[in-house]
Write a protein that binds this ligand. Structure first.
Ligand code: GDP
Length: 175
């Protein structure tokens, strides 16, 4: 089955995006202790695809040891790229992506697998800020034209349909 992998900085709303997408309240734990998740969680969704919840990164208050553990886990997982068939990276629509986000985007793009970016917390932006913020995300992450950036609000539900369609189209191709 296809494996759709979700990654993002701690607190970006990855758990909320996953829960909104699947209409499930507690599949991914919202507000789980940042930086402490050292496991990769796999959820079988409707027997169509595996949703892979990669541990969040970039939390300031984790120890060097925990950071290194995360790095090893990710490198190991990404080097075995038969696992992932679609990469999904969550960023905060309000902010310029961080250096960690850039690294993550490079890993995804380097995997040679299809990849998309979800710009979450759209509800916190003014309408007039949306276009320029999305352009800044695209530019900072060095995305080529084929990579979609999906404006999303886990809180309000914006973008859910687009993201769901993208994932189900992908899953259909890999069944
Ligand atoms: P994770 O660490 O990336 O899994 O982030 P969580 O899903 O636990 O969310 C972190 C915080 O951001 C929580 O307080 C959420 O309620 C909040 N949050 C997540 N998505 C949104 C959103 O789209 N809009 C707003 N306003 N808040 C959000």
């Amino acid at each position: 089955l296809p494996q759709v992998a979700f990654a993002g900085r701690s607190n970006v709303g990855k758990s909320s995006v996953i829960n909104r997408l699947l209409n499930r309240k507690n599949l991914a734990r919202v507000g789980a202790a940042p930086g402490k998740t050292t496991h990769i969680n796999y959820f079988l969704i409707d027997e169509k695809f595996y949703l892979v919840d990669l541990p969040g990164y970039g939390y300031a208050k984790v120890s060097k040891g925990e950071r290194e553990r995360w790095g090893r886990l990710m490198e190991e997982w990404f080097s075995d790229n038969t696992l992932m068939t679609l990469g999904m990276m969550i960023v905060d629509a309000r902010h310029k992506p961080t250096a960690d986000d850039q690294t993550m985007a490079e890993w995804f793009q380097g995997s040679g697998r299809p990849f998309a970016v979800v710009a979450n917390k759209l509800d916190k932006l003014k309408k007039s800020e949306i276009a320029s913020n999305l352009a800044r995300i695209r530019e900072t992450l060095g995305l080529d034209e084929t990579v979609k950036v999906i404006p999303f609000s886990a809180e309000k539900g914006d973008g859910k349909q687009e993201l769901l369609e993208l994932i189900l189209a992908h899953a259909g191709e890999h069944l």
